[in-house]
Design a protein around this ligand. Structure first.
Ligand code: CP
Length: 323
């Protein structure tokens, strides 16, 4: 049984494989006329979102409902947070109502981990500041494995605003754990100072990277997190690091394009490239439901097991893979 899902660094290769294999079974369920199983009947999952979301919030809701859990959707807008209630008191209020799992998105890095210190419920990190977004990384790994049949030995170019991206941190760690190679591509201002320690190749020029990539993974330009001028202009960004029809022609025939969403058409990629046949963007969204079902199932399903010592969640996630 999984305890918390906070950070991709806590997941070893066996654990990731278990999550992806379990998601495959739940993916098959989506093709059936009745898409529901009774696995989490009687359990309550709360989506606690302090930041906007479409894909993550909705797919967690669908995932929990397909597992027959009761679902509460809490958004900071319209709640007592606007009257000054803290994250801790909000969490304790939910705990007092008996929720079994909290799916949390928060603007502060570390908010999900902090929550684990206050509540007994399982905590799933749905994005904390610029830190981590583990279920996004897991659904990306699932989508790549589904397409290529493997992860090991593939080469993924992660392009754009790495600096502000919790998705980049999470997906790069997941790819490396699964023995895939990574090149970080972007202007020096949008790569973190610590990028040298990421164990990835680095390029400030997109064109030379395109021909050797199996996957081009485009990151959203996060203008809402930029407090300074990181790029000369959006037009300049699109010209130098955007994927357009000419650059599409430079890709290997087998290469695919991914984007975690929401995408800025005309910035990270042109509108026609977004709809090209070798994009897996819609598939990523579809797979998000199965992967989140897998995470909820592995964390809440099955018999109760011994509680782990307080820590980073590694012990529980790894324990699943050993079973
Ligand atoms: N990829 C992602 O996290 O999208 P949302 O912000 O819509 O959830």
């Amino acid at each position: 049984m999984l305890r918390h899902l906070l950070d991709m660094r806590a997941l070893d290769a066996d654990t990731i494989t278990t999550v992806l294999d379990t998601a495959e079974a739940f993916g098959d369920l989506a093709a059936r006329p009745i898409k529901k199983v009774p696995t989490l009947r009687g359990r309550t999952v709360c989506n606690l979102f302090f930041e906007d979301s479409t894909r993550t919030r909705v797919s967690f809701e669908i995932a929990a409902k397909r597992l027959s859990a009761d679902v509460l959707n809490f958004s900071a807008k319209g709640s007592s947070v606007s009257k000054g209630e803290s994250l801790k008191d909000t969490a304790l209020t939910l705990q007092a109502m008996g929720v079994d799992a909290i799916v949390v998105r928060h603007h502060a890095s570390g908010a999900a981990r902090q929550l684990t210190r206050w509540v007994d419920a399982k905590v799933l990190n749905a994005g904390d500041g610029g830190h981590q977004h583990p279920t996004q990384a897991l659904l990306d790994l699932f989508t790549i494995r589904q397409h290529f049949g493997r992860l090991e030995g593939l080469h993924v170019a992660v392009v754009g605003d790495v600096l502000h991206s919790r998705v980049a941190r999470s997906v790069v760690q997941g790819l490396q754990t699964m023995s895939a190679g990574v090149t970080l591509v972007g202007p020096p201002t949008l790569l973190p100072m610590s990028a040298d320690a990421w164990d990835a190749e680095i390029s400030h020029d997109l064109d030379p990277v395109l021909g050797k990539a199996d996957v081009v993974y485009l990151l959203r330009v996060q203008r809402e997190r930029m407090r300074e001028q990181f790029i000369p202009s959006i037009r300049e960004y699109a010209r130098l690091w955007g994927l357009d029809r000419r650059r599409l022609g430079e890709l290997a025939d087998h290469a695919v394009i991914m984007h975690p969403g929401p995408m800025n058409r005309g910035v990270e990629l042109t509108a026609d490239v977004a709809d090209a046949p070798n994009t897996l963007i819609a598939q990523q969204v579809t797979n998000g439901v199965a992967v989140r079902m897998s995470c909820l199932y592995l964390m809440l399903g099955g018999e109760q097991r011994e509680q782990p010592a307080a820590g980073d969640g590694r012990s529980d996630l790894s324990a699943v893979a050993r079973r």
